[in-house]
Design a binder for this molecule. Structure first.
Ligand code: SAH
Length: 354
């Protein structure tokens, strides 16, 4: 049992069960014992490896995607270049390096990192030494300007609630306690009009997930891009409509028990991209596109070849493996999806098809 697990057991013993969202929020961002508050979980020695940590090509291509989107928007002379949930800061560092040669882009860009964890902010500051970047805790604190936003593996880290469909209404799944520790339980069914849109595609006994923190973020993206212009690119694992439990805990690159590793394992849920689109009703959105296809349309195969020509031996092998990992269907290529949100009256951003 972890220290945070003991604290949550005592709290639940005194005050009753909590929602899965409250449990996730404590596990991920508890100020002293939360997963992201204490550690740098990324990379081979950590718990999971994200695309920007696999290869510089990911950030380079996303940087050029942003630059092209900025050119297509008429090159606004001052804009916010933001990343939400930036981890180690590697993606932003690669974006910044890759866009150095785009005339006017760096002069116009105000880089912002939106990060909740004080510990990861300090890691990002070290990574981004040469970039004149700013940090905020929430997306609402960004200055009012055209917004060009990246979110890679951010939305999966936001707390979700789960509801099971019953004969009459929906039962929320809750986390309570018993003699053995924390356990899942179910609240009594009650009507829930916010789930009316799921009545057509679900049956009694089906489970759906709802991410209200996502809705708050996407409403801000919606308002900013609608008013000032810009684009947002979301990359994450998930699908068009969530059905069934996707809550998972990962530690040292393996799945572990959700309820016993509180604060010691990464807790995530798959992203429901339809819910993202519904939360940004004033924006256009692209087709949900597999990451592998998107990166290939942006030219990853050519870039991989150019970089590969400068390498040999083990470095070349690991470069080839990274290319495969980002794009192959049996690796991240299909599980991870990409979707762009953009201002009405703007062209479809590069890498997507109508
Ligand atoms: N994008 C990075 C890291 C993904 S991990 C990469 O691809 O490597 C999730 C990141 O989101 C971490 O930086 C975590 O601290 C941050 N985060 C989690 N919840 C957040 C919240 N509510 N607001 C802002 N950042 C958050």
């Amino acid at each position: 049992m972890t220290k945070l697990n003991a604290i949550l057991q005592a709290r639940i013993g005194n005050h009753g069960p909590i929602s899965i969202a409250d449990y996730m929020a404590e596990c991920l961002l508890h100020p002293e014992l939360g997963y992201y508050s204490r550690r740098d979980p990324f990379g081979a020695k950590g718990d999971f490896t994200t695309a920007p940590e696999i290869s510089q090509m990911f950030g380079e291509l996303l940087g050029l995607w942003l630059a092209q989107s900025w050119i297509d928007a008429g090159q606004p002379p001052s804009f916010v270049l933001a990343e939400i949930g930036p981890g180690r800061g590697t993606l932003m560092a690669d974006v910044w390096r890759a866009t150095k040669g785009v005339p006017g882009f760096h002069d116009a860009a105000k880089p912002y990192l939106i990060e909740a964890s004080a510990h990861l902010r300090s890691v990002q500051k070290a990574t981004l030494g040469g970039v004149n970047a700013n940090w905020v805790g929430t997306i609402d604190e960004l200055p009012d300007a055209p917004l060009f936003l990246l979110a890679n593996e951010f939305f999966d880290a936001l707390p979700i609630r789960q509801y099971k469909r019953q004969k009459s209404g929906w039962s929320e799944l809750l986390i309570g306690g018993n003699a053995d520790g924390l356990c899942f339980g179910q609240a009594a069914p009650s009507p829930n009009t916010s789930l009316d849109h799921r009545l057509d595609d679900t049956n009694e006994g089906d489970l759906v997930e709802v991410c209200s923190a996502m809705q708050g973020v996407m409403e801000t993206v919606n308002d900013r891009i609608k008013t000032n212009g810009g684009v947002a690119l979301v990359v994450d694992y998930g699908d068009w409509r969530s059905l069934g439990s996707t809550l998972q805990a990962i530690k040292s690159h393996a799945f572990v028990d959700v309820l016993t590793n509180s604060g010691e394992a990464d807790l995530t849920a798959h992203v429901d991209f339809e819910a993202l689109a519904n939360a940004a009703p004033d924006l256009n959105y692209s087709r949900l596109t597999p990451q592998g296809i998107f990166l290939q349309r942006l030219g990853i195969d050519h870039r991989a070849e150019v970089l590969g020509n400068q390498l040999s031996g083990a470095a070349l092998e690991s470069h080839k493996a990274a290319h495969h990992r980002l794009t192959a269907a049996d690796e991240m290529g299909t599980l991870f999806k990409v979707m762009a949100f953009y201002a009405p009256n703007s062209p479809l951003p590069p890498g997507f098809q109508q």
